[in-house]
Design a protein around this ligand. Structure first.
Ligand SMILES: C[S@@+](CC[C@H](N)C(=O)[O-])C[C@H]1O[C@@H](n2cnc3c(N)ncnc32)[C@H](O)[C@@H]1O
Ligand code: SF4
Length: 342
């Protein structure tokens, strides 16, 4: 429970009022945070901003963070992934990779406006881009404080691990769904558990030797089923002496035919439109992590400057709707699991 009196939960017509928590849908066990002792003071200021801006529903001139879909290509075909579902329905965007000029322009604009962090993926596998190491190095050389990626780690061969660490990658978030080879390979179609274990092990070894400021976290997609709880228990034993944290997020329904509206949660507002901006490979700029189908497009980063999009009428009115407690006026937000999981 928050100790700030202004944030104390209130009651509206008998139902509990939403209490803001930016990390509510992700459960995590932290084994060590020694990497934090190697981060500069600016890192902690940025993390404070990350929490404070959405909590106080502050309007910034530019997002704190950019999610950059450097490529929408992936080497795997995970059945739970919205990308896989959209490809099977023939509804996914044309595949491709950002050019170096496009990536540099995004980073240059971000840095000019004081962006603090970037994540180098949305849908797609960031290490499928041949420029992944160059992208990390470019962002770090330009002064981005925190550079991260989610990866299936199947392409993270030991040589690539060293290159990424030397380029300056700050956080590696590995998707790792099971300890049983059959279950793992059923979820992560196109790779093997042994290959991914070897890759993560090699990365952690070099991290421990030379890059202690780097965070390594593993996460699985969880299902409401004892079988998957058991896998997570196994993950804890398997990884707790190797990685910094292990977490899970529940499977969220991404099949458009199976999605429906959740009941309204009084008082809810979403953190993401206040913190971050999503740049899809196809050019679309979207407002949150769940919009895999580009339902709420607020601009095109190939056509307009990022600051113009962030400060445009479309983005501003969405932030206002959320800030004033009207998130449910947005059809996309009605279908979102985040309010209901608070
Ligand atoms: C779409 S992937 C893209 C990055 C990279 N290819 C990877 O697999 O980590 C980003 C994250 O979304 C998770 N994910 C995929 N489908 C999901 C679903 N239906 N519900 C919840 N998480 C999902 C993946 O496990 C991964 O951690
Ligand atoms: S590796 Fe990531 S992007 Fe690729 S199919 Fe699996 S979850 Fe989706």
């Amino acid at each position: 429970m928050r100790d700030d009196a202004n944030d104390a939960p209130q009651t509206v017509t008998g139902s509990p009022m939403y209490e803001f928590d930016p990390n509510e849908t992700y459960k995590e066990i932290v084994y060590r945070d020694t990497w934090k002792t190697h981060r500069p003071p600016a890192y902690f200021e940025y993390r404070q901003l990350w929490d404070e801006v959405p909590r106080l529903r502050k309007e910034l001139d530019f997002p704190i963070h950019l999610d950059i879909e450097t490529t929408n290509i992936c080497n795997l075909k995970c059945p739970m992934c919205p990308r896989t579902m959209l490809i099977e329905r023939d509804e996914f965007s044309p595949l491709g990779m950002m050019t170096r000029d496009e990536f540099a322009s995004i980073i240059d604009q971000g840095v000019a406006h004081g962006v603090k962090s970037v994540k180098l993926n949305y849908l797609g596998e960031p290490l499928a881009h041949q420029d992944a190491v160059w992208q990390v190095a470019y962002a770090k050389q330009k002064g981005v404080l925190d550079v991260m990626m989610n990866t299936n780690a199947s392409l993270l061969r030991p040589a690539k691990a060293i290159e990424l660490l030397e380029a300056g990658l700050d956080n590696l978030f590995v998707s790792f769904d099971a300890i049983s080879p059959d279950l793992f390979e059923d979820r992560r179609v196109g790779t093997s558990i042994g290959r991914v274990i070897d890759n993560v092990y090699a990365f952690v070894k070099v991290r421990n030797e030379r890059f202690p400021h780097v965070q390594v976290r593993l996460s699985m997609v969880m299902y409401d089923d004892p079988k998957w709880r058991e896998q997570f228990e196994g993950m804890k034993i398997m990884w707790k002496h190797l990685v910094d944290a292990i977490g899970y997020g529940f499977y969220t329904e991404r099949d458009p035919d199976a999605q429906g509206d959740f009941p309204e949660v009084p008082g809810f507002w979403c953190a993401q439109p206040f913190q971050r901006m999503f740049l899809k490979y196809n050019g679309n700029v979207t407002i949150c992590c769940v919009d895999d189908k580009d339902e709420t497009v607020v601009g095109n980063w190939r056509e307009h400057p990022l600051a113009t999009i962030w400060n445009g009428d479309a983005y501003r009115s969405i932030r206002r709707l959320h800030a004033e407690g009207h998130y449910y006026d947005m059809p996309m937000c009605r279908k979102c699991y985040l309010p209901a999981n608070g």
